[in-house]
Design a protein around this ligand. Structure first.
Ligand SMILES: [Cu+2]
Length: 67
């Protein structure tokens, strides 16, 4: 299924790369598309990945998830 996370703290292309890599590293998450303008990440989430793991991956990368 497609999931969307609202993310705060991204300010440049480097942030997009960081968040994209962090999410893509979670087994089960693919097709990561991060938008600086919308402050969000969209991605395909399939087992064994969970939404909680996605949130944690973004937070561990240094960004705040707002929903
Ligand atoms: Cu940045």
């Amino acid at each position: 299924m497609t999931e969307t996370l609202k993310i705060e703290g991204m300010g440049c292309g480097g942030c997009i790369t960081t968040v994209t890599k962090a999410l893509s590293a979670v087994p089960g998450i693919s097709d990561v598309d991060v938008s600086l303008e919308k402050h969000e990440a969209r991605f395909a989430l399939n087992a064994p990945a969970t939404r909680e793991q996605a949130v944690k991956a973004v937070e561990d990368a240094g960004y705040d998830v707002k929903g």
